[in-house]
Design a protein around this ligand. Structure first.
Ligand code: NIG
Ligand code: FE
Length: 398
């Protein structure tokens, strides 16, 4: 007896190989421990297989586990009042400049104790995993002092039920104690980095390069500190204006540039040349009632890999549904349903620098979802419906 498990009677969207969707109509998949060891047509299953468990999926669709590659899951409080103010005409920038916005979440996060932060973040993660998320990226950026940033990153690492990757986003906003001393704060962000890395809390370094965030020159300093420590970078880039942050991030071989509504043609070329993923965040676009669309056709023409994510955060994207982002990416950004699914699997994995997931292929992690649909295009079609039947994470039905 082995610890192999067989999944058969599946319609497979492997996202592997040259076929659209990596489609296998009458498919089977074998797992062993945490990994996939075989994928293919059921008719070609290896002879003499004696699996410890067998699951007949009766024609259900099986896809890779979903990956939410850009979230701010750890924070205190919420910003519904700010939403009301924006509905009355205040802009996101105006609120931020008046000391609201990110800063108000920083105050609430600093006040919350570690247990509270974990309880809140775990509930948010539970909502994501209930829709098939198996890997999630979580950023700091609401602590903005060494101890609070460390607390948020430790909280992220303590989350249960999905694999967590953490990004250090000290350069998210200027904390009140550094008012008028933006460059000093950037120095502090860089100085805290080695300590956070030593504690094993940092998989990547992120920054918010924007008029209300940090300048390209300040972002460069953060990236140089990351490079000196061998840490990969990613960037909140061209969300509200074109700062050329994307070109800068690509100079540093960034894993991803995220948002990108104001991305220029030069930015598109930089992404293509460096192999950096463009992560689109339709939730923030929608919730800020943005009207400038990210240049999807140009990204597509330049063969830039496009990822999608919730960007879950209390200010610009309080959604906890990655499936809803598939629908919004199609309706708002005109992605195809196949591009949308690849955006939350294959390309989201790449945005996190993870080569061991995001497709269904031998040797990759056994993270996958079984859906009550006839075709994977339905994952983008429905909104507000969760057709997840089963989530398998590391070979275990969870
Ligand atoms: O991804 N743009 C900066 N960061 C977040 C918003 C954070 C907030 O408003 O709290 C974003 O949209
Ligand atoms: Fe974000």
């Amino acid at each position: 007896m082995t610890d192999k498990s067989l999944w058969r009677g599946a319609r497979l969207a492997t996202l592997d190989g040259a076929q659209p969707w990596g489609w296998v109509e009458q498919g089977a998949l074998i797992t062993e421990g945490e990994h996939i060891v075989w994928v293919g047509p059921e008719s070609e299953l290896p002879a003499g297989l004696t699996p410890a468990a067998e699951h007949d999926l009766r024609g259900a669709v099986l896809t890779p586990g979903l990956i939410d590659c850009h979230t701010h899951l750890v924070y205190g409080g919420q910003r519904a009042r700010e939403f009301e103010l924006r509905l009355q005409g205040a802009s996101y920038e105006e609120i931020a400049r008046a000391g609201g916005g990110i800063r108000s979440t920083v105050a609430a996060t600093r006040e919350a104790d570690a247990d509270q932060l974990l309880r809140l973040a775990q509930r948010r993660l539970d909502a994501l995993t209930a829709e098939g998320v198996t890997t999630v990226e979580v950023k700091s950026g609401y602590g903005l002092d060494l101890e609070s940033e460390a607390r948020c990153l430790r909280t992220a690492r303590a989350l249960q039920g999905a694999q967590v990757r953490t990004s250090y986003l000290g350069a998210h906003a200027l904390p009140p104690e550094f008012q008028g001393r933006q460059d000093d704060y950037v120095e502090a962000v860089c100085a805290w980095m080695p300590q956070l890395q030593r504690e094993g809390l940092v998989d990547a370094v992120d920054a918010f390069c924007e008029g209300i965030g940090f300048t390209p020159a300040q972002t460069r300093r953060v990236f140089e500190a990351a490079r000196a420590l061998g840490l990969p970078v990613k960037l909140h880039a061209e969300q509200l204006s074109d700062q050329g942050g994307t070109q800068l991030a690509c100079e540093f071989g960034a894993l991803s540039c995220d948002h990108l509504e104001y991305l220029s043609p030069e930015g598109v070329q930089a992404l293509a040349a460096s192999g950096t993923v463009a992560t689109l965040l339709p939730g923030a676009y929608y919730f800020l009632r943005e009207t400038k669309l990210p240049p999807v056709a140009a990204l597509r023409a330049a063969a830039v890999p496009i990822a999608l994510s919730t960007d879950h955060n209390p200010g610009t994207s309080p959604t906890l549904s990655l499936l809803l982002m598939l629908n919004m990416a199609c309706t708002l950004f005109r992605l195809t349903p196949e591009e949308a699914l690849r955006g939350v699997t294959q390309h989201a994995a790449r945005a996190l620098g993870l080569a061991d997931r995001g497709r269904l292929a031998p040797g990759l992690r056994a993270d996958f979802c079984v859906w009550d649909v006839e075709h994977p295009n339905e994952l983008s079609y429905y909104f507000g419906r969760n057709p997840l039947l089963q989530r398998v994470w590391g070979g275990k039905v969870t």
